[in-house]
Design a protein around this ligand. Sequence first.
Ligand SMILES: Cc1cc2nc3c(=O)[nH]c(=O)nc-3n(C[C@H](O)[C@H](O)[C@H](O)COP(=O)(O)OP(=O)(O)OC[C@H]3O[C@@H](n4cnc5c(N)ncnc54)[C@H](O)[C@@H]3O)c2cc1C
Length: 254
Amino acid sequence: MLLLDKAPLGRYKACSGAVSPKIGQWFDFDLTPAVDRSLRQIRYTWKLGDEICSEIKTTDPIWVLKREVFDRFLVQQAEARGAEVKAETPVTGVEWAGDRWQVCTPGGSFESQYLVAADGANGPTAGWLGFKPHKTRPAATLEIATDHPVDENCALNFEFGLVRNACLWSVPQRQGYSLGAVLFLGKNSQDLQPGLAAYAAGLGLGHYPQTFHAQPLQLWNGDRPLHRERALVVGEAAALVDPLSIEGDPPRHF
Ligand SMILES: Cc1cc2nc3c(=O)[nH]c(=O)nc-3n(C[C@H](O)[C@H](O)[C@H](O)COP(=O)(O)OP(=O)(O)OC[C@H]3O[C@@H](n4cnc5c(N)ncnc54)[C@H](O)[C@@H]3O)c2cc1C
């Protein structure tokens, strides 16, 4: 198996990293060394008030991952099972040669029996394979670094109403928070940064250092073909992101 990525390994990805531990059942190795923390409390607010809190009483809490850690861990596991990894290697084209795929990169081309396209919301491979483009929605994260560990009993927060047509959330990590926003409706040009900054201030986090990252998102919007001649589109390139929870991790390694 050959894994090509145009980015360096362990790159930052705008993603709050909240996932169900049920993803563990799809892997033949333990994922917990790459889990940052677990959460059981969920808090919903409308315009920062009207709060509703609930506790997850099932055996499974919510896992919080840091993508640069988690993605590197998955790649190391793949390497340990014999995968060859070429980072900083952009794919510039793919071609079906009748019985195999030819994958072009600036450093030369590779041949393969099967092709899995996992190049994200902006990746070109789904288009090269002839699949219709998905509509992307504006989304963003505001990463907040605190100077102390975050309280063990904190909650995963969802906020509605503060930014029109958007869902906002705050995912506590062991040290810091990943705030996020996605615009479900309305004009795609809306800037999410002021709304996220207002949310951070509303949560009492406005004085900590903040880093904003905009990243368009492809939300699942109904079934559609995702394969042709031994090629499969997965992950966000296939819009496999839950439109309600924004969960899409970690599809590309299935
Ligand atoms: C703001 C935001 C918050 C989110 N929060 C959550 C969350 O809390 N929980 C959750 O489960 N999901 C979340 N998601 C969704 C999740 O991030 C995605 O579903 C997930 O990253 C998709 O993984 P992927 O491997 O398909 O794509 P990506 O993680 O985008 O990876 C695609 C890779 O393809 C590479 N690539 C692109 N083009 C090429 C090329 N031409 N050649 C070679 N390589 C290429 C890129 O460098 C990149 O490394 C969030 C998304 C956003 C935008």
